[in-house]
Design a binder for this molecule. Structure first.
Ligand code: PMP
Length: 357
């Protein structure tokens, strides 16, 4: 008996060597104080919860692997053919599947930075290289810089609007220019995880570009729909792209509990809209409060605000306790909009920080 590979332990692919495990927002002793994961601060809508709970009776059975009813509901919602939809366990899983379907060693993916923490991980897991194009001092994408970073090796360009963690949107005009600049063979991924919170009339809308075969729009039920723990997200794409994603996604990932909740949430858009409006009103009040205190905060179009604290980011996060906020060392702090009293607490923290008292 021979051991052709020698007596060595299994090693992961070299591509994994420099990749960190995804770092999640810190929990807080009181869940209402957790402002570190851009969650909705409200309990699930009763009707949505009831429909999800009812599905628990069938957990001896595998879920509907094709997410048939949810796909139909989303197709109706977006007015697209069902074959243009790929549903996974959160939009992050859909992104991982998309990138592993289209990218590999030697390829490049252009992405904004600082942006969503999972982007470089998702890219580098495929063996491709992430080409990070810094966002501007105002937290906006440098779309000209991103277009200029495209090479013959580029397989995808990622756009995050509103950008997590800095907050601003990509405008419709900017996205139009980028669509024109990205070759048709290169995926243009528009991540709209926070789109429901957008109030800027100039903001881009990814679905407007779905006539392009290379455009992919990512959406999630984790944010405005308030279903983060149930893990449902999806891509809207050209049918062959959506099919490639469905091939890569693990079978039976999205439970019937999650599918039922997502469908119920799509049927409760008025109630969802009221909650989103409440968060938006709080967000705008927090931004106004911060600016009143002298903070230079960028446009906030998601359910979070960005404090560009630079070297003081980690120290601020420690001072904010018991509130749990998300520090990006050397860059800034992202703070999710919570319930009104918690937002007041946050504004008291920022006031103390500035006045040193
Ligand atoms: N995209 C962005 C920009 C995000 O901020 C997040 C969540 N933090 C996601 C995608 C992933 O959301 P989910 O996997 O829960 O759908």
């Amino acid at each position: 008996l021979t051991y052709p590979q020698g007596m060595v332990a299994p090693t992961p692919r070299p591509a994994l060597a420099g990749i960190p495990v995804y770092r999640a927002g810190r929990p807080a002793a009181d869940p209402a104080s957790k402002l570190s994961s851009n969650e909705l601060p409200f309990d699930p809508l009763p009707g949505v919860l009831d429909r999800a709970v009812a599905e628990l009776r069938h957990v001896n059975r595998y879920p509907d692997a094709g997410c048939t009813a949810l796909t139909t509901a989303l197709a109706g919602h977006h007015e697209v053919d069902p074959d243009r939809i790929a549903i996974g366990t959160g939009s992050v899983a859909v992104l991982y599947a998309l990138l592993s379907a289209f990218c590999g060693p030697g390829d490049e993916v252009v992405l904004p930075w600082r942006s969503f923490e999972a982007y470089p991980i998702a890219v580098e897991l495929t063996g491709a290289a992430g080409v990070r194009v810094p966002v501007g001092a105002d937290g906006t994408h440098d779309l000209a810089g991103m277009a200029a970073a495209i090479t013959p090796r580029t397989r995808a360009v990622l756009v995050c609007t509103p950008n997590n963690p800095t907050g601003p949107v990509v405008t419709a005009d900017e996205l139009a220019s980028l669509v024109a600049a990205v070759p048709p063979s290169v995926l243009l991924v528009v991540d709209e995880a926070y789109v429901e919170f957008v109030t800027d009339p100039a903001a881009a809308s990814g679905p407007d570009w779905l006539d392009r075969e290379n455009v992919v729009v990512l959406r999630t039920f984790s944010k405005a729909h308030g279903l983060a723990a149930l893990r449902v997200g999806y891509a809207l794409a050209h049918a062959p792209v959506a099919e490639a994603v469905r091939k890569v996604l693990p079978p039976f990932g999205v439970s019937d509990v999650a599918q039922a909740a997502a469908i119920a949430s799509l049927e409760s858009l008025d109630a969802m809209g009221e909650r989103v409006a409440a968060v938006v009103a709080e967000r705008d009040a927090v931004v106004a409060g911060l600016r009143g205190q002298g903070w230079d905060v960028p446009q906030a179009q998601g359910n979070f605000v960005w404090l560009p604290l630079g070297a003081e980011a980690v120290e601020f996060a420690a001072a904010a306790q018991p509130l749990s906020v998300r520090a990006f060392a050397g860059e800034g702090v992202r703070v999710t909009i919570g319930l009104p009293e918690v937002n007041e607490q946050f504004l008291a923290t920022t006031r103390r920080w500035r006045t040193g008292s």
